[in-house]
Write a protein that binds this ligand. Structure first.
Ligand code: HEC
Length: 251
């Protein structure tokens, strides 16, 4: 489709350039019908291209007709009539062709747009708390130190991802707290742009956000929901959130 569009754009560009320098000549030689057609049909690109081509054709036919008619003054009327007739016929044909081309282009564009939209909004099934799930960490109270220590360890662990990254690759080492937006100043659950844009989740808990980063930037499988890794990483991120917001924390 891009090839098709490119071709069409080039054609249109060429035609409008031609039209620009043909116009003054046309103003001298063209009949009222052509000017009328030009004024009526320039509202769309297709119309513009078709009419431009038609006017060019007409101009050359007209010139030829005039050339022929020079010798026989009486024949001029007839010659002009024929030239106009042909040019108008061409104009209709071209206009239909172009219009169809454009309709196809739009249809394709929409279809692609939809497909992309769907691809972007992945299913939240893998990253959303399952129904029968009981979190093993707290978003409101202090978490056990050993859970935090294990979480911090995993935060630097590149083996969690399939692309060589660890959480620290993007979010910084030693409390740098990089890559977060202002939403991170709010305690969990809260809205996070990436979770909302890519998974359609209006709000996320810390564990859901860890899963989102596991699946999206870390390009890995989500962690086991009640497993030690997810629980400790989530507990650690709750403390990181408190640090980020300037609140008292246990790190
Ligand atoms: C390739 C970069 C990258 C990696 C690796 C990564 N993240 Fe993220 N993370 C992001 C981006 C981008 C955001 C989204 C910021 C936003 O949309 O507000 C984010 C957001 C978050 C948030 C939410 C911040 C908020 O506002 O609540 C948490 C928590 C988080 N990541 C934890 C992790 C953890 C834990 C890991 C490792 C398992 C990890 N991230 C790995 C890029 C990354």
């Amino acid at each position: 489709m891009s090839q098709h569009d490119d071709k069409r754009r080039r054609l249109l560009g060429r035609l409008s350039r031609q039209f620009a320098y043909t116009a003054p000549v046309l103003a001298l030689v063209a009949g009222g019908a052509v000017l009328q057609a030009t004024a009526d049909d320039t509202s769309t690109e297709a119309g513009f291209a078709a009419v431009t081509e038609a006017t060019l054709l007409l101009a050359s036919n007209h010139a030829a007709a005039e050339g022929e008619a020079e010798g026989e003054a009486e024949a001029e009327g007839e010659a002009e009539g024929e030239a106009e007739g042909e040019a108008e016929g061409e104009a209709e044909g071209e206009a239909e062709g172009e219009a169809e081309g454009e309709a196809e282009g739009e249809a394709e564009g929409e279809a692609e747009g939809e497909a992309e939209g769907e691809a972007e909004a992945q299913s939240s099934a893998a990253v959303q708390r399952p129904d029968d799930y009981t979190p093993g960490y707290s978003e409101t109270d202090a978490n056990p130190q050993e859970l935090l220590a294990r979480g911090e360890e995993l935060y630097y662990d590149t083996s969690l991802s399939t692309n060589g990254l660890s959480c620290a690759s993007c979010h910084g080492s030693d409390g740098q707290d990089e890559g977060y937006k202002a939403t991170f100043e709010q305690p969990f659950p809260h809205r996070v742009a990436m979770a909302s844009d890519q998974f359609g989740m209006p709000e996320v808990h810390a564990d859901e956000m860890v899963q989102v980063c596991m699946v999206a930037p870390m390009e890995a499988e989500p962690l086991e929901w009640e497993g030690e890794a997810l629980q400790s990483l989530s507990a650690y991120m709750v403390e990181v959130q408190r640090r980020f917001a300037g609140a008292p924390h246990d790190l």
